[in-house]
Write a protein that binds this ligand. Structure first.
Ligand code: SF4
Length: 457
């Protein structure tokens, strides 16, 4: 399928038009980042935990075949049906066929970015199956027919006024009642009914333990537990990178995940599922969808260590000021910008450029992924493969030409300074994207070199 190159910067410009909202978004996420810092600083062993988690993931990824087969064998021995899906289409087909076999018409789903990645809701709805996302943030964006804008905080782009309007329109709540407790309770009443009438529960998976064949799902609302314990059918969908070798490793990841995501010492519910309860059927769908391809890319295989904590999004100055929807991908932010080109280079060629490469993402990542270096590596590949914008390519070539010729560099600096002094309108105009949201600096009278020559002793 031919995809057009999308443009993060244009989408970001639309987001930034509402300055007040953009500032609020920026500050809210920075607040979450600060909570993460405090939580991390309270653990003297924080850096060792990161080292260990990174090492365990590296080891698992380099023996993934072995651990996947061990997990499958254990899960089957526990009475779980295990399925393998090569891509999103096969995943959706498998999930639908299980539901169809059980004549399931009403499904409750707890947060799963994998099912977003595969477009599962759309697929099931087109087959006449009703799917309700039961995480509050996911439920809000589902009612608004939007994608989550953040992997942990799916409705972080919305204010309570937006939620109130959405609920008034879709759930007939009181108009202009912005009280978060009232709004949450209204959603709770509707969702309780959905849980009670559900024929099946679909969940994501945070961790899968090869040693035991069990899965762990972390939520703050307990919605995965409610769904799984009330429905006669449980389908868990997981990317093949979610494996860890042993149950004892969970302690490391659970401590890192909650603190990195929201600054909590532990997620409210860390639920372990090993086998179906009496009278219930349990299925696990193991999904590749490009992951083995990414594993084969030397520079990017470490991106599969990701535990989807969202810390790199919260700290990223570009994500905070451009919003998750600008990334036109189920996973937004720095890690999304690494994962997306693997799935479709052309469609996602803009994303690795949505970064200042400041490295803050790498500094906070609990599994020590070299995120900013991978973004930089994608840029090299995309430009070489001609997926980058032609204007960017031409300007980089011109820049390389000037920078590799010292005399020309000095001369163009001189001309540039004069233009900025005498004809500032030539630089400070709407054609210059840097000028749109910034005051251009006053041009200095001389270059540093000239100043140094005059002042050296
Ligand atoms: S890349 Fe690291 S910081 Fe970003 S979501 Fe994944 S684990 Fe968290």
């Amino acid at each position: 399928m031919e995809h057009k190159i999308k443009d993060h910067s244009n989408a970001a410009a639309r987001f930034l038009k509402d300055e007040e909202r953009a500032t609020w978004h920026d500050e809210t996420l920075w607040f979450v980042r600060s909570k993460r810092d405090k939580a991390a600083q309270q653990l003297p062993e924080w850096e060792s935990l990161r080292e260990m988690a990174s090492g365990i993931k590296a080891h698992t990824l380099s023996h993934l075949d072995k651990y996947l087969l061990a997990f499958e064998a254990k899960a089957k021995a526990n009475g779980v049906h295990v399925h393998w899906a090569t891509d999103a289409e096969e995943h959706n087909r498998i999930v639908y066929s299980i539901l169809a076999k059980h004549k399931a018409k009403n499904v409750v789903k707890s947060k799963s970015m994998l099912t977003e990645e595969c477009g599962l809701n759309h697929h099931l709805e087109s087959q006449g199956i009703s799917v309700v996302d039961t995480d509050l943030g996911e439920y809000i964006v589902q009612l608004r027919k939007e994608q989550p804008s953040h992997i942990v905080l799916p409705a972080i782009h919305l204010k309570k006024e937006d939620v109130s309007n959405t609920f008034h329109e879709c759930l007939q709540t009181e108009k202009n009642n912005f009280d978060p407790a009232y709004l949450t309770n209204s959603a709770r009443i509707v969702l309780r009914e959905k849980f009670l009438e559900a024929d099946a529960a679909i969940t994501g998976v945070n961790f899968a333990v090869a040693e035991t064949g069990s899965i762990v799902i972390c939520t703050n609302e307990g919605n995965a537990d409610l769904g799984v314990h009330s429905a006669p059918l449980h389908i868990a969908c997981m990317g093949i990178e979610k494996l860890i070798p042993k149950a004892k490793h969970l302690g490391i990841f659970l401590r890192l995940l909650a603190r990195s995501a929201t600054g909590q010492p532990i997620t409210s519910y860390s639920s372990h599922f090993r086998r179906p309860r009496k009278g219930q059927e349990m299925h696990i769908v193991l999904v590749d969808n490009g992951r083995t391809q990414q594993l084969g890319r030397k520079d990017f295989k470490d991106s599969l260590k990701c535990i989807r904590c969202g810390a790199c999004l919260n700290t990223c100055p570009v994500y905070r000021r451009s919003g998750g929807h600008s990334y036109h991908n189920s996973v937004a932010g720095p890690i999304g910008a690494i994962l997306a080109p693997n799935l479709d280079m052309r469609k996602n060629a803009d994303l690795p450029f949505a970064s200042t490469l400041c490295g803050s993402c790498t500094n906070v990542c609990p599994v020590k992924i070299n995120i900013h270096e991978q973004l930089w590596s994608w840029r090299q590949i995309l430009m070489k493969e001609w997926y980058g914008s032609p204007a960017k390519k031409a300007s980089m070539k011109a820049m390389a030409f000037v920078l590799s010729r010292p005399r020309m560099y000095k001369l163009s600096g001189k001309i540039g300074r004069k233009i900025m002094q005498w004809l500032p309108g030539l630089v400070n105009n709407r054609l210059n994207p840097w000028h749109k949201n910034r005051e251009m600096p006053q041009a200095p009278r001389q270059s540093f070199n000239e100043w140094y020559e005059k002042n050296k002793r």
